[in-house]
Design a protein. Sequence first.
Lengths: 251, 68
Amino acid sequence: MAVVFQKPKSLADVPLHYCPGCPHGIIHRLVAEALDELGIEGKAIGVAPVGCAVMAYDYFTCDMIEAPHGRAPAVATGIKRCRPENIVFTYQGDGDLASIGMAETVHSAARNENITVIFVNNAIYGMTGGQMAPTSLPGQVTQTSPYGRDVNHCGWPIRVCEMLATLEGPEYVTRVAVNNVKNVKNAKKAIKKAFQNQIEGKGFSLVEVVSACPTNWGMTPQKALEWVESDMLPYYPIGVYKDRSAAKEEK
Amino acid sequence: MAKVTFQTDLCKGCGLCVNACPKGILAIDTDKINKKGYSPAVMTDQDKCIGCAFCATMCPDCIITVEK
């Protein structure tokens, strides 16, 4: 019998601390599979965020470094400029990348730094207990918006991919989801391409992964994935928002 | 014939594999409790398994190995 599916080598053989049904585990595995398949585990350097994925350095077997809240793209910029032969990626949540780290994200994209950014969007601050994030949907009930997010008071959720795609800088900006098998497989392709772009020196690649937070949304894991499909994806549509190389080839 | 094995002690009983299985042969065994204190997912009918690995694709804790 041949093994069809097993844990990738780049994912350490330790239990994950995430809540039951948290898609962080799926996204960790997709990143690890991409590292394995491209054979870059030995020269990859990951930058962990602040948030639920703060302990990502325990889970990947490549070199990892921890960045202050939101500053992962700035730290990654420094590593990549000092060690251009290494493959540098960041793994960030929406409270990290889209809130306190927005400046670092936008400017590293504008500079077209040759790094890979994995952005996990679950529309809530998970680790701190379910507060409203910049990506929380209008009307979404959270700890800090108990009557639902009021857009007149709190503003509108930020669509990071659409915003970054307006910049000249970034090479590849795409949004994927992990709510079903098909979307997980497509997410894997996008993550692999984002690493391939860096290997080829093409520049800044960001993959936004629409994820879920069953615990803080107050849903079962399956119900949370259904909510991703019914509520999140209409506001955050899946798609490739910028792919400069593909656009050039078409011309 | 395909074979699915679970690292049962690491299962958190989220049930995403149960919902992903096209043959409907996985279940959460509420009679059992693993080391973590969760009721784990179990295979109910190994013979019907087609080895599609959908369960392993959706497993957030990467505890499923699929052989075919």
